[in-house]
Design a binder for this molecule. Structure first.
Ligand code: C2E
Ligand code: CA
Ligand code: CA
Ligand code: CA
Length: 275
């Protein structure tokens, strides 16, 4: 047993050391990611099921790292959050997304993800209005996506901020709906325009009647509270049929279009499947 323990620690310690080194290296690289212009936005179509057309695109952040290649957000946003870099990075995202959208046909919107940390920053509403003013994008073409975790912060502050942002004329979507810990009562007091139904529920649609009942219930809840719904992660025609039957307003997912570089957006508008 003693020998095992030793070999164990010999096996794990270097691995943990390597993880720590990798994390520190990423932190260091991330620090000048804006100066080096290594961030890019990809765009994924948001499809309106009632109108049968693309209504906009969600901006999804990518890091084009010289050695690591294209790094997905789940790998570096947590690091950007612990270092506070998410605030300047988030401002860049807002600015870039509004600038890109200003070049699209005016019936298209852009959706931008916000980190809960940006919500605690007093600069948020200034950053949003700066992005709109400098790019000339009409506020009603911008949608901000927040997750339930913002609701864990001081609710008075969050509520005031949400009202201030909506007062500018933009829309707020509650992202990953159904995956947080909150009770549902907050839905009455917070001014969301839209619920984005998490992909896990969309995947559950084909796993029996229970999955369908949950999506039906979310759609009914949203509509009775005056909100629309977007189903995320739609990968198959079967899922698309199910969410259409459930009465979802919008759909998003690989079946309808993958996230693609900004330069492809206008071409994709013509080629995207419009089922
Ligand atoms: P999210 O906001 O829930 O975005 C949807 C994620 O699901 C995206 O992953 C998208 O590429 C992926 N996705 C879309 N359709 C499908 C599908 O049919 N199947 C599957 N399996 N996946 C699909 P991505 O781009 O890797 O982004 C991951 C998360 O990173 C986002 O989840 C969002 O929480 C965060 N994120 C992305 N961009 C930003 C940003 O600019 N700022 C902040 N704060 N967070 C961001
Ligand atoms: Ca999102
Ligand atoms: Ca989501
Ligand atoms: Ca997510």
């Amino acid at each position: 047993a003693k020998a095992d323990g030793r070999s164990c620690s010999r096996f794990f310690a270097p691995e943990m050391e390597a993880q720590l080194q990798a994390r520190l290296a990423m932190e260091a690289d991330l620090r000048d990611v804006l100066e080096k212009r290594q961030l890019e936005l990809f765009y994924q179509p948001l499809f309106d099921l009632q109108e049968g057309r693309i209504r906009g695109f969600e901006a999804l952040l990518r890091w084009r790292h010289p050695e690591r290649g294209l790094v997905p957000p789940d790998q570096f946003i947590p690091v950007a959050e612990t270092t506070g870099l998410i605030v300047p990075i988030g401002e860049w995202v807002l600015q870039q997304a509004c600038a890109d959208a200003a070049g699209w046909p005016s019936d298209l919107k852009v959706a931008v993800n916000l980190s809960p940390l940006q919500f605690t920053s007093p600069q948020l509403s200034t950053a949003v209005s700066n992005a709109l003013v400098t790019t000339g994008l009409a506020a009603n073409r911008l949608e901000l996506e927040v997750t339930e975790s913002v609701l864990l912060q001081d609710s008075g502050v969050v509520l005031a901020l949400l009202h201030e942002l909506r007062g500018m004329g933009l829309q707020i979507a509650l992202d990953d709906f159904g995956t947080g810990y909150s009770s549902l009562s907050y839905l009455r007091s917070f001014p969301f325009d839209k619920l984005k139904i998490d992909q896990s529920f969309v995947r559950g649609l084909t796993g029996g009647a229970g999955g369908v009942a949950i999506v039906d219930a979310i759609v009914a809840l949203a509509s009775s509270l005056g909100m629309t719904t977007t189903a995320e992660g739609v990968e198959t025609i079967e899922q698309l049929d199910q969410i259409r039957r459930a009465g979802c307003t919008m759909a998003q997912g690989y079946y309808l279009g993958r996230p693609r570089p900004a330069a492809n957006v206008l071409a994709d508008l013509k080629s995207t499947r419009c089922p």
